[in-house]
Design a protein around this ligand. Sequence first.
Ligand code: CAA
Length: 381
Amino acid sequence: MNLELTEEQKMLQQTVREFAEAEVKPLAREIDESGRFPRETFSKAAELGLTGVAFPEEMGGAGFDHIAYTIVIEEISRACASTGVILSVQNSLYCSPVFHFGTEEQKKKFLVPYASGEKIGCYALTEPQAGSNAAALTTHAVRRGDAYIVNGTKAWITNGAVADAAVVYVNTDPSKAEKGITALVVEKGTPGFQVGKEEKKLGVHASACCELSFTDCEVPVANRLGAEGDGYKVALSTLDGGRIGIASQAVGIAQGAFDAALDYAKVRKAFGHPIGDFQAIQFMLADMATEIDAARLLARRAAWKQDSGARFTMEASIAKLFASEMATRVTHKAIQVHGGYGYSSEYPVERAYRDARITEIYEGTSEIQRLVIAAWVLKSY
Ligand code: CAA
């Protein structure tokens, strides 16, 4: 693994950083307060190729590798965590399973317009009673001729309120438990497919996160990704890539909070000195910088393994576990550096602290990451 970014990756980083400063950051506070999905930013991000970073150009993507993908999600999340997760879900939870498990026909219809950002996608695995235990999902589908009749409810679906299509995990044979799970692409407008209530959350307010419900919803068999019963593997292998996205989101949130704390430490005076002159503050800044670096390297290492074509499940979970818990620690310290002002919504670290917390929960809680890592450690050594 080469730790130096390639010229192409450096140029992308520069471009995305400038885009994030000019177009993403200025909206971050407003969309946090209003909960409005930033559709205009999504469209501008699409023009830069950020809705399909690591997919081939002929598939509507930008043709970069997955290290580039970590750079994109980090830079966007540094400015706005909501926009970061919106793009992460588009890339790694919606486009990726269609790319890896779709037929050529399905890719034309369900990947090209999504990777290019003309349309928005989401991933519907979680249910009100099935989160960590994804295998326990109860949304079911019964085959009738050339269609599946789908019934059930999905919950906590990022991008759900605005998505043009969802990859929905259903059970086509509950007697087989997780081996009966099947992945279907369901398009908005399909009769019986309804968008439910939007969740009121602690952070990432603009991520259009909501319930989706299916009532006798007729989905063509032609929309099935892979074979009947392959869905659990589609879901879990997709989450490997998704977890690298969330690790990168956590790095970006932490970096944004660190930048704010560093600036503040240089200008805020106490006892006749800028507070950055005091070791109490210096030690916090040093710990923050060290942890951010470590998390970034873990995310890039996982992406490098993904690009190598080898299985990267453990590396993705390690990166997600460390980066998400790191983001909580770093944003906590960023508030501490700011003192009372850090607790005010006038300063961005208050939002970063709220946004960071979800990275320890979605796409697998820290406890689930520990289970995955332990399983690999016990198998491998
Ligand atoms: N890639 C490919 N195959 C995989 C795989 C992977 N990463 N992980 C597991 N598999 C395969 C296994 O090889 C096994 O196959 P066989 O039956 O042929 O042996 C099968 O899938 C079952 O694997 P496990 O027995 O290891 O799985 P498990 O049932 O014990 O569950 C779990 C594992 C770790 C608990 C898993 O259910 C899990 O990750 N749960 C958390 C779910 C989650 O992260 N949800 C997040 C929702 S999405 C979200 O949050 C979106 C958002 O808002 C941003």
